[in-house]
Design a protein around this ligand. Structure first.
Ligand SMILES: C[S@@+](CC[C@H](N)C(=O)[O-])C[C@H]1O[C@@H](n2cnc3c(N)ncnc32)[C@H](O)[C@@H]1O
Length: 763
């Protein structure tokens, strides 16, 4: 939703054609055993030249210059689910091209340092001295895990069911898409051939030596090394209980820093069992539970810690923080202003909990699952406020470091997007790998007709399927502005221009992903950093499905155009607007379009336009609709009525401001009970319509005019402006600052509200 889809552009069509040709040529060689493999020495020499040039490019990028990479999604294939003991060893020169060698494994040693392109690449060799490039996809190359942390010269690995392919430079390489298809072997592992083993001194280290090396690595923030050292220490025979506890506690800390919360928690929990109340281990367990968003358990753990150690100030502070999260989680009590402040940081990762109380996942007839209300809710009410599962921020600001936007191309779905989706796939795969407890909730998201393997683990390790994650990201990703508020009201914001279009920052939100589409939305989504906020855009009875639009229903659309925009998700929308679009004949549409053209001219007439003619034309356009607006919104009408409202505002024609503003609302399907300014005042929304962003402005016009002519209605209009603001922006804590100020200036200082809102432009 709201991502930058480039499918159909000239550049995309040309790249797709080229890629299809390459794939076709490669397929022709399927099953062939290459006879022209280069010698080990030559492969390494050529790789090192590439390695040096990539090093130079990396330096260039770190100076703030961004290289736009293109990632092609490979032809999907399932991850290996076979236990290692059932696989047969295969040498590189026995492999066939374009073939997944099911039932086999390759034992390989790293012969060069790694480089990073779209994948982490290096040269590997087998025991017979055959060498090829190994491409490891979905490996992070971030502050947490540099390629060098994962791949070390001389490191030994097993690639399960390897896949040999031709590469773009004409050479051959092993491609590993599933991170769980590769198993790195520890130094002392019996499967490492004798000739590849480390020096005896490495293997013979004592637990204490490993622990000290681990401590030094931890101090130097070489966290992967620290974990390896502690793990080796724990494998050593003569380790005392006390030593085991210290090593586990230290490993827990290293894993916590690496965001491997499951493992960190396992180590800490083992140490803080029923009878052993270790202050440090309880604190560490609480930290892991917090990061895993298990706030209730975190609270219990901290309470237990504080009972035994009441003077632990850090734990008390952590308890207060956890209590805030619990209030967010239980009653939806958020400090939105503080969230906006936090979202100013880059990347805008927020420290908040997820609230889902008013909604639950249920089956939605003909649409898979959907999100349903658990009780009656009113327009503006918070339905969901959710922390992203994964979130990749693409900065467009100077000096914010290299943006991670790239092109993600898929030859199978024939779709291309620009943004951070490729990074989002990697981040999601890696988060699942680091924290297997999170795999089920992510894997259960909608994945179309992709058939994942049934096994969830093998040899005691989790199985993570990259192509399942790719499908899930394609069907569930949200394009996110840094904040929705910013794109509404800050004309200088770099994202302002992107308003209502696409965003390069992307996120996966598990609960929000269950919301189905309807053009006639009854909920709206907004963002503050990596939090999505979903509010009711109408009053919704209990047990009703909550829907929002995946793409905004735009004026002038046809049924075909509207469905075309939803093609990626593989369904046709059957909402009232779409059904009416389908029924509208070409003749009626042509008549409406001709009148709309005349209307444009009337607005462009000298001065402020020929308003009498515009009003006549609008009345004629109204007649081209057969269904009442209260049942089917009239998408083409709200904009011209809003334009009229602005013009009447600038002319101080208060009566007409009121009339045209109400017409904006009724075109969008609102039903409002109101009285003319000279009869007893009353104003009530009987039915909320399509809550477009500009409904905020519309209510604000009414608010300011009522402020002058019908003070008793002023408060009601302000209330509706505030609710609408909350629906569109996500909160109303910033309402007074952003809209209230404008309204007061208009009422008391004669400012032109229409002009103030013009920067929130309409077509
Ligand atoms: C983001 S998921 C929404 C949740 C999904 N229904 C599920 O079961 O998890 C998007 C998918 O839901 C289905 N969907 C969403 N809106 C729909 C609609 N209005 N009609 C039919 N199917 C819809 C489509 O299969 C679409 O690809």
């Amino acid at each position: 939703m709201d991502v930058d889809d480039v499918s159909g552009t000239e550049q995309w069509i040309a790249s797709l054609g080229k890629q299809e040709q390459t794939l076709e040529a490669a397929k022709k060689r399927k099953g062939e055993r290459p006879r022209d493999m280069k010698s080990r020495g030559l492969v390494i020499h050529e790789f090192m030249l590439l390695h040096e040039s990539l090093k130079f490019q990396k330096m260039y990028r770190s100076n703030g210059r961004h290289m736009m990479y293109t990632s092609w999604v490979a032809e999907p294939y399932p991850p290996s689910v076979a236990p290692l003991s059932t696989l047969q060893k295969l040498y590189i020169n026995q492999m066939q091209l374009e073939t997944h060698h099911r039932g086999s494994y390759a034992l390989l040693r790293v012969a060069t340092p790694p480089s990073v392109m779209v994948a982490v690449i290096m040269i590997v060799e087998d025991e017979k001295g055959n060498a090829v490039m190994l491409q490891l996809y979905q490996q992070e190359d971030t502050e947490y895990a540099l390629a060098e942390d994962i791949v070390q010269l001389g490191g030994v690995c097993i690639v399960k069911e390897p896949y040999l392919k031709t590469m773009s430079n004409g050479g051959y390489g092993l491609r590993v898409d599933h991170v769980t298809d590769i198993v790195w072997l520890a130094q002392g592992d019996d499967r490492v051939p004798l000739g590849w083993r480390a020096r005896i001194s490495e293997v013979d280290k004592t637990a204490r030596e490993w622990k000290e090396e681990g401590n030094a690595a931890l101090k130097a923030r070489d966290l992967h090394k620290a974990v390896k050292c502690y793990t080796n220490a724990l494998r050593c025979p003569a380790v005392t209980t006390e030593e085991v506890q210290t090593i586990q506690l230290n490993r827990s800390l290293a894993n916590l820093k690496l965001r491997c919360y499951d493992q960190a928690l396992a180590d800490a929990t083992e140490l803080s069992g029923e009878h052993k109340v270790s202050e440090k281990s309880l604190y560490r367990a609480a930290r892991c539970l917090y990061e895993l968003q298990r706030f209730q358990e975190c609270h219990q753990t901290l309470s237990r810690l504080l009972e035994a150690h009441p003077n632990n100030a850090e734990a008390r502070e952590q308890l207060l923080r956890t209590e805030k999260r619990l209030r967010e989680q239980e009653i939806g009590e958020y400090d939105f202003k503080a969230m906006h402040k936090a979202a100013e940081g880059t990347p805008p990762h927020l420290d908040n909990a997820t609230y889902t109380r008013p909604v639950a996942i249920k089956i939605s007839e003909g649409r898979g699952r959907g999100l349903f209300t658990t009780r009656n809710v009113v327009a503006g009410e918070l339905l969901l406020c959710e922390k992203a599962f994964t979130y990749c921020f693409a900065s467009s600001e100077e000096g914010a470091g290299p943006s991670k936007a790239s092109m993600l191309m898929n030859t199978h779905t024939k779709r291309g997007t620009v943004g951070t989706q490729a990074d989002l796939i990697t981040a999601t795969v890696q988060k699942m790998l680091r924290n297997p407890s999170l795999i089920p909730s992510l894997s259960a998201l909608h994945h179309g007709d992709y058939k994942p393997v049934e096994e969830t683990e093998v040899d005691g390790l989790p199985i993570v399927d990259t192509f399942l994650v790719e499908r899930i990201v394609a069907l569930n990703v949200f394009g996110c502005p840094r904040t929705t508020l910013e794109i509404h009201f800050d004309p200088h914001s770099p994202e302002h221009q992107e308003r209502e279009k696409s965003h390069h920052t992307t996120g996966i939100f598990i609960k929000a992903s269950h919301i189905n589409h309807s053009c006639y939305t009854n909920a709206r989504r907004s963002f503050i950093g990596d939090m999505i906020i979903v509010r009711a855009a109408r009053d919704i009875p209990a047990d009703s499905e909550v829907c929002f639009w995946y793409t905004v229903p735009e004026p002038g659309r046809t049924w075909e155009k509207a469905q075309g925009k939803l093609k990626n998700w593989g369904f046709e929308c059957a909402c009232v607007i779409c059904r009416q679009d389908k029924k509208t004949t070409k003749k009626v549409r042509a008549k409406r379009n001709a009148l709309l053209e005349d209307l444009k001219e009337a607005f462009q007439a000298p001065g402020e336009g020929d308003l009498a003619k515009a009003e006549r034309l609008l009345a004629a356009i109204e007649k081209t609709y057969s269904a009442p607006a209260k049942d089917v919104p009239r998408l083409e009408l709200w904009e011209p009525y809003l334009l009229l409202t602005r013009i009447y505002t600038s002319q101080n024609n208060l009566q007409n401001v009121i009339l045209s503003a109400f017409k904006v609302l009724s075109a969008l399907g609102f039903v409002i009970a109101h009285s003319p300014p000279d009869s007893p005042p009353s104003l009530k929304v009987l039915q909320w319509g399509l809550t477009q962003d500009h409904v905020i402005e519309t209510w604000t016009h009414l608010w300011t005019v009522f402020g002058k002519v019908a003070p008793l209605l002023r408060q009601k209009a302000e209330e509706y402006a505030r609710i609408t603001y909350k629906i569109c922006v996500g909160e109303d804590e910033t309402f007074d600052e952003k809209v209230g100020k404008l309204a007061r200036e208009t009422m008391f200082e004669g400012a032109d509200l229409g002009r103030a809102f013009e920067r929130v432009s309409i077509r």
